[in-house]
Write a protein that binds this ligand. Structure first.
Ligand code: PAF
Length: 285
């Protein structure tokens, strides 16, 4: 496995693989790798790709009061995970390599960046779309793999790739969960034992919502109220950013649950913000 820090060497190394007719698979990450990331790496490996993983804690997607400084950076362990899972190249640029000068060019994906997390993390998706556009230009992958846990991020990246004609396929991979349902996240390590226990209410509430929809409930307000009741019963909950039921493609609120909807939640336990979601396709019923 090759560990590369500069854009120039990365390009040379990846273009050699491309010239050898390999499909370039790309898994962008901010490190602190867990089984969710590993599932993306494995998916790329199974597809037969030349697997490139980037590890870069992207400063432009963090707000001024967010956890950029304390974001976990267990690089040695991350590299071991990559090596154990057959990654070909790990790209670990520093901030100066990625943002050499003051950034004057930004990628904004309108509309779908605005609701849900966009309301609570202004500028976040601009940072994500910009760094992904830069990484796509640097790595030039054929396929890029993202987790469904960050459903809005996935929608933003898919739209950005389509609108800007990036010649790549964006593949969405299922959320990986702990046995008690908690979605894996690099931020779960911030949780105290009580918060960790309580945080399972998010997935429990999503399952209940799913059952209600399966039972024929179509009023999003009723379902949101039920989710809220389940989550607010958790002792260590600090606040709920949102509980929303939106159209799975446009991310706009729906007034009736009929087509394919995304039920999305962001809630804080202590200062840790957790997100999770579930897609329900009523057309399949
Ligand atoms: O999901 C993440 O880890 C980040 O948002 C990403 C896609 C690597 C961009 O920094």
């Amino acid at each position: 496995m090759k560990i590369i820090k500069t854009i120039k060497s990365l390009r040379v190394f990846v273009s050699a693989a491309r010239n050898a007719a390999r499909t370039i698979g790309f898994v962008p990450t901010m490190g602190a790798l867990h089984r969710g990331h590993i599932s993306l790496i494995e998916r790329s490996g199974k597809h037969g790709d030349f697997v490139v993983v980037s590890i870069f804690v992207n400063p432009t997607q963090f707000g001024p009061k967010e956890d950029l400084a304390k974001y976990p950076r267990p690089l040695r362990n991350d590299l071991r995970i990559c090596e154990d899972h057959g990654v070909d190249v790990v790209f670990v640029p520093d901030a100066e390599e990625m943002y050499r000068e003051e950034e004057l060019t930004w990628v904004n994906v309108d509309k779908i960046s605005e609701p849900l997390c966009g309301r609570f993390r202004p500028g976040h998706f601009r940072g994500v779309a910009t760094v992904c556009a830069k990484l796509f230009n640097i790595v030039q992958p054929d396929v890029a793999y993202f987790g469904q846990k960050d459903a809005q991020q996935l929608a933003v990246i898919k739209r950005m790739a389509a609108d800007l004609n990036f010649p790549l396929k964006v593949i969405s991979c299922p959320t990986v969960r702990e046995t008690d349902g908690l979605a894996l996240s690099s931020r779960n390590r911030y949780l105290s034992p009580q918060q960790r226990k309580d945080a399972t209410c998010i997935h429990r509430s999503l399952r209940t919502a799913h059952e209600m929809i399966e039972a024929g409930r179509t009023n999003p307000k009723t379902i949101v109220a039920k989710i809220r009741k389940i989550i607010t019963a958790a002792k260590s909950l600090s606040s709920i950013d949102y509980i929303s039921i939106v159209d799975a493609d446009t991310l706009r609120d729906v007034s009736r649950i009929t087509g394919k909807v995304l039920i999305a939640i962001a809630a804080r336990f202590g200062s840790t913000r957790l997100i999770d979601n579930l897609t329900v396709d009523c057309r399949a019923r």
